[in-house]
Every structure is written in C-alpha cells, then in structure tokens.
Design a binder for this molecule. Structure first.
Ligand SMILES: CC(=O)N[C@H]1[C@@H](OP(=O)(O)OP(=O)(O)OC[C@H]2O[C@@H](n3ccc(=O)[nH]c3=O)[C@H](O)[C@@H]2O)O[C@H](CO)[C@H](O)[C@@H]1O
Length: 454
C-alpha cells in the first residue's frame, strides 16, 4: 500500500503497483499515514505519470484529503488507535474467561466453569459432612441452649429447610463449617452467637440440621405449629412466614443487639465478621432497617437501573481522566494539554473499560480493607444475607407479617418495597458481597438442569 503526498495535500489510497487497474477505483479517505511512509508522486512527463519509478499511462483518480485532516499524530487518530488496541485486542485477551465481563465467551467456557463450580461445591459438601459426622460422634456438649450468651452483640441466624434437589451438596453443613472456622478466628470472645432455624415442615427430616444439633442451637416449630405452617397459599408465602418465625424466635431467645440472617446456601467469606463489625460501627447503621450483604454478581454492572451506580460510573471516569491527564502532562515528554475534548474522551474511555471488563472485578479491590467497603441504597433482588441492626429484625417481622407473598412478589421484593414506602425507614446494600451464594439448586423454584453459573 502506498500513500502519495503533493505539497500540503495528501492523496490517500491503496496503490497496487502490479495491478494499475486499481487506480480507477475511487478509494475513500482513510487513516493518515505517518510521515515516514509518504512517497512522493513525480510530476507527469508528457502523457505519463511516474510513481516511484513506475510509469503509469493514466492519471490516477484519487480523492484528496488535506494533510491536516489525516495525520497519525493527530489526537483523533491516536484516540482511535487506543480504542482499537484496548477494546479490540487487550480487553478481549484479558477478559474472555471472566464470568462477569462483557467479553466472557459464554458458549466456550460457561459449561466447563459451571461444572467445575458444582464439583467444587460437591467436594466441599462431602468434606463438611465428614467433618460434622466426626464432630457429632466425638463431642458431647452441654445443651447448646444453656451455653448461648444472652444479649449477644451479634446473632447469626441460619434459615434452613430440607433440600430435595442438590441435597448431596450439604449447603447447610458447608455454611456451618465455614462459620465455625470464622468464629474461631475472632479470638477468645466469640464475635457472634449462631442459631439454626429449621423450618422443615414435611414428614421428612432436615438431616443436615439434625447433624448439627450438638454443636449449635437449633430451633424448630412444635409439631402443631409445623402442621399449620404447611397450610399456606404458595411456597413464597410459606418462605416468608418461615423467615418471620426465625426472626422472632432469635429475638425472643436472646434479645441480640444486632442480627444477621443467612439463608442456608449463603457461604460467608473470610472478611465476613470484620466487615459486619465495621458496618455496625458506622453512623448510618443506627438508622437503617436492613443492610443487604449480598447482591448477585450478574446484576452488579453499571448499566443497571440503579441511579447511584451511574453517578459512581461518571465519578470513576472523571477521576481517572484527571489522573491520566495530569500524569501525561507532567511525567511524559508528550505535549498534552488539559483540553475539554481530551478530558471527555479519557473519561468515556475509562468508563467503557470499567463496564466492559466488569464492575464486579473492580469491587473486589475494595476487599483490601473493611473501611473501603461501599454502602449504597438497597438494591432490589435477594435476601441470602441480611444485617438487621438494633431491633430492626422485629420491625421487619411485623412489616412482613402484614404483606402477602406470591410468585413475582417474594419476600425480597416485599422487603424492598416496605423500605421504600414506609416513612422514616431506610435500607442499604454493601459492596463487595460478604457471602458467596453456593445454592445451585433452589428449594422454592424450578431448577435449570444442569445448573449454570449465569
Ligand atoms: C441467591 C438468591 O437469589 N436467593 C434468593 C432466591 O432464593 P432461591 O430461589 O435460591 O431459594 P433457596 O432454596 O435459596 O431458598 C431461600 C431460603 O428460603 C428457605 N425456605 C425454603 C423453602 C421453604 O419452604 N421455606 C424456607 O424458609 C430456605 O431454607 C432458604 O434459606 O429467592 C428467594 C425469594 O423467593 C430469596 O430472595 C433468596 O435470597
């Protein structure tokens, strides 16, 4: 390919020296060539044109573009090159295996990643089963009800039911094992009391909860109450009533200062207790109905209908655009000016990189310290891990009692609407997540077979 320059005009287009017919085409203006690539068209001699020593019989019909318009040192060309490199080369290479990135190659990697996650969970479940069976056979503890502290700073209640599908994964045993190891790491004074709330109301027993009876306080409805609890309109209403029962039972038994309610497939991460402690030490916690400790990763993108996220996104773009421009103008030989177009371009560039690579991965950086965890207005979906500061758990039980749940209006949606509609009530979410959702099989919904990660 050749580029031809005459005086201050640049003639742009492909010149195939072996096929002069190409000159009859009218090539479009394209990227400007670098100075070093320019070749000069020699002026015509009689009826011939000479290009780099080759004789042409016709004058090529070129469209001309001024050299100012196309020059590779121009900001537009540089910006274009940067975008092509970033979005067309670097990000696809780095992110094509990242589950929550736009570049994730679902058709190639989703099945293998999902199978690996299932296998990992199964292995952890079997390991937990062996662990708790060994503990049950060797330890004979006092009645857990006698050993629990009254008015603990924090009560962790796990709502559990017998699982049909996915029972070999022993979600409850996995969660209990992890909680126990995190509690040990707290030091001499336990950072929380744990209560298992077994809401199984069928004829079959929740065997995982039975296995943990010697280690943790396990509460259940009486046989009469259990029978009544089965008589409900739908599974979502039952799920809500079970939740309310567990909230009330924890409060009645211990009068805790704060409550965390975990669903039985909410696996606490290592930063769980330090982060909860930090949240409770912040002023806003005194004044909140609940703090969500988990939001599904697939819904963590900027491009989601959460207004604060759009603000965060714009802030991120403006912040990094400023840093990059300051850096370029002070620490590189490049002659960058702080012009508004540069600034706008860089802000949009940073925003696009953050969104396409995956906001989820940016949030993970916050794990460096609990102080860096972000608190924002509560998001809509899901309640696998909820923190109720002060006596909020009892307020929530009362509010939920007054609402009816159904398909499409499960307890998570009801709770979200309550927090928005009740005057004086506020609800928050923390980011990043403090638990991992390990429940590939739902006990209230039809499951995709085999379960997939997204
Ligand atoms: C990760 C995620 O998005 N989870 C949400 C999803 O749960 P899932 O569809 O994932 O259901 P799941 O099996 O995790 O059950 C949620 C919780 O309900 C409990 N349970 C189940 C059956 C029953 O009769 N009684 C009972 O209390 C169960 O022990 C568990 O603690 O939808 C629920 C609302 O429907 C909640 O919003 C969950 O947070």
């Amino acid at each position: 390919m050749w580029f031809i320059r005459v005086a201050d005009r640049v003639l742009v287009g492909p010149v195939h020296l072996d096929a002069f017919d190409a000159f009859h085409e009218d090539p479009p203006c394209a990227l400007a060539p670098s100075e070093g690539l320019l070749f000069y068209l020699l002026v015509p001699s009689s009826r011939h044109w000479v290009l780099n020593g080759h004789i042409l019989t016709q004058m090529p019909r070129w469209r001309t573009c001024t050299s100012k318009q196309f020059h590779w040192t121009s900001p537009i060309a540089q910006g274009l090159l940067l975008c092509i490199l970033t979005f067309g080369v670097i990000l696809p290479i780095c992110c094509h295996r990242l589950l929550y990135s736009y570049y994730f190659l679902k058709t190639v990697y989703l099945d293998s990643l999902s199978d690996a996650a299932l296998q990992e969970s199964y292995d952890r479940g079997q390991e937990a089963l062996r662990f708790w069976e060994a503990a049950a056979s060797t330890k004979s503890l006092k009645d857990p009800l006698e050993t629990i502290a009254k008015k603990p700073d924090l009560l962790v209640t796990i709502v559990t039911t017998r699982r049909g599908e996915g029972r070999d994964y022993h979600y409850l045993l996995q969660v209990a094992q992890q909680l126990q190891s995190l509690l040990k790491a707290c030091g001499d004074k336990p950072c929380a009391e744990v209560m298992l709330c077994d809401v199984e109301s069928g004829h079959a027993l929740n065997e995982d909860a039975l296995l943990l009876e010697k280690q943790f306080l396990v509460v259940r409805r009486s046989p009469d109450e259990r029978w009544q609890s089965r008589d409900v309109a739908n599974i979502f209403e039952k799920e809500k009533r079970d939740y309310v029962y567990c909230l009330r039972k924890g409060w009645d038994l211990m009068k805790p200062k704060n409550v965390v309610v975990l669903e039985d497939d909410a696996y606490p991460l290592t930063d769980f207790f330090p982060a909860v402690k930090n949240l409770l030490s912040r002023r806003f916690a005194l004044d909140t109905l609940y703090i969500k400790l988990y939001h599904p990763e697939r819904l963590q993108r900027y491009w989601n209908p959460e207004p604060y996220r759009i603000l965060e996104w714009i802030g991120l773009g403006l912040f990094w655009a400023t840093i990059i421009l300051l850096f370029l103008s002070h620490y590189t030989p490049l002659s960058f000016t702080f012009s508004p177009p540069h600034f706008l371009f860089l802000a949009l560039y940073v925003m696009a990189v953050a969104e396409l690579a995956g906001r989820h991965y940016l949030l993970e950086i916050r794990r460096v310290s609990p102080q860096l965890y972000a608190v924002c207005p509560a998001t809509e979906c899901c309640t696998p891990a909820m923190l109720y500061p002060g006596n909020a758990s009892i307020r929530v039980a009362e509010y939920l009692d007054q609402a009816a749940c159904a398909q499409g209006n499960a307890k998570d949606m009801v709770l979200y609407k309550i927090a928005r509609s009740r005057p004086g009530e506020k609800a928050h979410s923390v980011e990043p997540n403090l638990i991992k959702h390990i429940g590939a099989y739902s006990s209230v919904r039809t499951n995709h077979v085999p379960p997939r990660l997204i």
